[in-house]
Design a protein around this ligand. Structure first.
Ligand code: ADP
Ligand code: ZN
Length: 291
């Protein structure tokens, strides 16, 4: 018996199969091109395991339709990646594999990975953000994703600009939203070079920490979660989490007593594997739900 996992990202798809204990048996990665091409590679991968496969968990880039009652449930909806607009992801999988399929956002899946195996293990309320090419957020409460008319879009929360920041943000929808001010491409446009090439002493990181700290502040006051996890490429700056702690403390100004910051605002235990392990854990969960 095997569980399948698909981490569908804007640049690449990672596929894996895992055993009953969710140990990965095989993993493969394919570039995100056109749906026909990429999905063929995905199908070919899972076809090798068709007999053993009992469920698949998918964490997809989006926005996606997560509403079970909707006629477009399981679709990628209004993505800027035109070829993938209105693509029936779950329907396409279901045609080939008539097994339970869990369907959620890429960031929810990564959050679920940390909830099942990482810094959220044993906790009831876990918030996960990725700070990478974009910024996304997901919220888990007692094993369920928090959602209403749709999944959260926490990455587009508004932030107050840093007094010395003259960059207006690059989100086409909003002025001063977190993603437009603090995702990797915003750092790159502001500095004229990629985040990975900017030294730790550069004051740009104080600005970045100011935005991420505002995100942690808003998250704290909205959810009072057990943990806030920040993953994604930008958080590979090792000094960032400590800067965020300092600025967060200043902003919060002791208004509420949070858990110790070292255990409260953290980076993911699973690092880049949070998403794929989350998809596997979701596959197992959806199989249990269907029993
Ligand atoms: P994606 O969001 O596309 O899935 P990542 O989470 O790796 O992928 O995010 C990519 C972004 O993170 C890019 O803008 C890149 O410049 C930035 N980035 C990657 N590594 C680092 C690093 N070590 N320090 C700062 N920024 C980084
Ligand atoms: Zn925005």
């Amino acid at each position: 018996m095997l569980y399948g996992a698909i981490e569908a990202g804007g640049t690449k798809f990672v596929c894996a199969v895992g055993d009953e204990s969710l140990n990965i048996q095989k993993r493969a990665s394919f570039p995100t091109t056109q749906p026909e091409e990429t999905m063929k590679q995905v199908m070919d991968f899972f076809n090798q395991y068709k007999k053993e496969l009992v469920a698949i968990g998918v964490g997809s880039f989006g926005p996606i339709d997560v509403h079970v009652d909707s006629t477009t449930y399981g679709y990628i909806t209004s993505t800027p990646k035109l070829a993938w607009q209105n693509f029936d992801f779950v329907g396409t999988l279901k045609q080939a594999f008539d097994i339970p399929i869990a369907w959620t956002t890429d960031v929810n899946a990564a959050g679920y990975g940390e909830y099942a195996f990482g810094k959220g293990k044993g906790l009831s309320s876990v918030i996960y953000y990725t700070v990478g090419t974009g910024i996304g957020g997901g919220a888990i409460q007692e094993d369920r994703f928090i959602e209403g008319f749709s999944h959260p879009e926490m990455g587009h929360m508004l932030v107050t600009p840093h007094p010395e920041d003259h960059f207006g943000g690059n989100c086409p929808f909003h002025e001063n939203c977190l993603e437009g001010m603090a995702a990797g491409p915003a750092i790159e446009q502001r500095a004229g070079k990629k985040g990975q090439d900017i030294p730790a002493e550069d004051p740009i990181w104080d600005m970045e920490a100011y935005y991420i700290a505002q995100c942690a502040y808003n998250t704290t006051l909205m959810f009072s979660p057990d943990v806030i996890i920040f993953g994604g490429g930008v958080m590979k700056q090792k000094h960032m989490v400590q800067k965020v702690h300092q600025t967060f403390s200043r902003l919060l100004n002791n208004y509420v007593k949070t858990p110790e910051l070292e255990n409260y605002i953290v980076t993911p235990y699973l690092e880049d594997d949070a998403g794929i392990f989350g998809c596997l854990a979701l596959a197992r969960q959806t199989k249990l739900d269907k029993k």
